[in-house]
Ligand binder design. Structure first.
Ligand code: BGC
Length: 346
C-alpha cells in the first residue's frame, strides 16, 4: 500500500491537501480536506486499463464553483427536510431553506464546504484517511456540538470503505452520505445510459415535484423503479412513467430489503466490464442521475451535461424525521454513532 499527499489549493488561508491511497494492484483513491471529498477513484477495466470513474476536478477553484456536492461528505442530514422544520424532545427547530421550501443536504455551506482535519493510518493491507470536523451547536439551526469523522479506506481486497462516526452533546439529527458521482466508463463525455443498475429494494420513496418525499413507499413492481434485476439506467430517461415520478431520470430513495444473500446495490458498465458492489448499514440508497447538470465547470473539453454520472447515496431515508417508517435519524446526546458503507471494486 502507498500513501502520498499534494497541495490542492488554499481557502481562507488554509491549505487544502489531496491525499492519495494506492494498493499493490494499482487501484487508487484520492480525497481532499475540503468537504472531506473524494476526487478520484481509479480502477481497471476488463483489459486492465486504469481510469478515474468518479466526477472530480484537479483544482480547488472548480470545486468552489459547483453546487452539486461532487464527491463530498454531505451532512448533517442528507436529502431534504420538509419545510426545514422538525420537533425534537419537545423543541421546534427551523433550519435555513436552501432548496425551494425545504432544507437540502444540511442547509447552505454545510459539511461539503468546510476544511476538515486529516490524519492518516497505514496498515499492511489497508490505508485510511480520517477527516474530522466540529459542527457547533446551532450550526444551520441544528442542536448540539457535533464531532464528526469521515474515514475513507482503500484495502488490498479492492474495497473502498466509508465510515462515519459522530457524537453530540445534545440530542440532534444525523444522517450523512457520500455524494460520489460515478461513470464507470471513465470517460466523462459519455452518458451513463448504458450502465446497469441493480438495487435490492421492493419499495421506493415517492417524491413531490420539488424532490421532497411524500412519505409514501410505493411498490417497484411493473415500474422502471424495479431494479431487483439489473436494468439499464436509460430506461429511466426513456420511460413514460405512469406514476409521474421521473424527474428527467431518477432522484429517489430506495428502501433496502436487506436480504442477507443479496447485495444492496450493484452498478455495472458492460463495455468496460467495470462494476461496483455496494453494501451499507443504512436503510436506503438514493439514486440521482445528475438530471440537473449543466452549470458546473467542465470535466473535459465539452460542457458537462445531464446524465453524465449517477450518484449512489447510501444513507437513511430522506426526511425520515417526518415519517415513522423511514428509519431513525435521531442521534441521542453522548451516543456514539457509527455507520459503514463498503464499495467493492470489480
Ligand atoms: C438530490 C438532488 C440534488 C442533488 C444535488 C441529490 O442528492 O437528491 O435533488 O439536485 O443532490 O444537490
Amino acid at each position: 500500500m502507498k500513501y502520498w499527499r499534494q497541495e490542492f489549493g488554499t481557502i481562507n488561508g488554509q491549505t487544502v491537501w489531496q491525499h492519495w491511497l494506492e494498493n499493490s494492484q494499482g487501484y487508487q483513491l484520492a480525497v481532499i480536506d475540503y468537504g472531506a471529498t473524494i476526487t478520484n477513484l481509479v480502477m481497471p477495466d476488463k483489459a486492465g486499463q486504469f481510469k478515474n470513474v468518479v466526477i472530480g476536478y484537479d483544482n480547488l477553484a472548480d470545486y468552489l464553483k459547483q453546487e452539486a456536492y461532487f464527491g463530498a461528505t454531505v451532512g448533517r442530514v442528507a436529502g431534504r427536510i420538509g419545510k426545514g422544520a422538525f420537533t425534537l424532545d419537545g423543541h421546534d427547530y427551523q433550519l435555513p431553506l436552501n432548496n425551494g421550501e425545504n432544507t437540502n443536504h444540511g442547509g447552505p455551506n454545510s459539511f461539503e464546504s468546510q476544511v476538515w482535519q486529516a490524519s492518516v493510518e497505514e496498515q499492511a493491507d489497508a490505508i485510511s484517511v480520517t477527516f474530522k470536523l466540529t459542527s457547533p451547536d446551532g450550526a444551520n439551526g441544528f442542536p448540539g456540538n457535533l464531532s464528526v469523522a469521515t474515514t475513507y479506506t482503500l484495502n488490498e481486497k479492492n474495497e473502498w470503505l466509508v465510515d462515519y462516526q459522530a457524537t453530540s452533546d445534545q440530542t440532534t439529527l444525523f444522517n450523512p452520505t457520500c455524494h460520489v458521482y460515478l461513470n464507470l466508463t471513465g470517460d466523462f463525455d459519455q452518458l451513463v445510459d448504458g450502465h446497469q443498475l441493480q438495487i435490492d429494494s421492493d419499495r421506493f420513496g415517492e417524491i413531490q415535484p420539488d424532490g421532497l418525499p411524500t412519505g409514501q413507499l410505493l411498490p417497484v413492481d411493473q415500474t422502471v423503479f424495479d431494479l431487483r434485476q439489473p436494468r439499464a439506467i436509460a430506461d429511466a430517461f426513456a420511460s413514460q412513467e405512469t406514476q409521474n415520478q421521473l424527474v428527467n431520470g431518477y432522484d429517489h430513495p430506495f428502501l433496502l430489503n436487506k436480504n442477507a444473500d443479496r447485495n444492496d446495490a450493484i452498478l455495472t458498465e458492460p463495455t468496460s466490464g467495470r462494476s461496483l458492489t455496494i453494501n451499507t448499514e443504512g436503510n436506503a440508497i438514493v439514486i440521482y442521475t445528475a438530471n440537473g447538470f449543466g452549470s458546473e465547470p467542465n470535466l473535459t473539453d465539452k460542457a458537462i451535461q445531464p446524465h453524465e454520472a449517477v450518484a449512489i447515496e447510501a444513507q437513511m431515508m430522506p426526511d425520515a424525521i417526518h415519517h415513522a417508517d423511514f428509519g431513525n435519524v435521531i442521534l441521542k446526546a453522548n451516543e456514539q454513532y457509527h455507520r459503514q458503507t463498503c464499495y467493492k471494486l470489480n
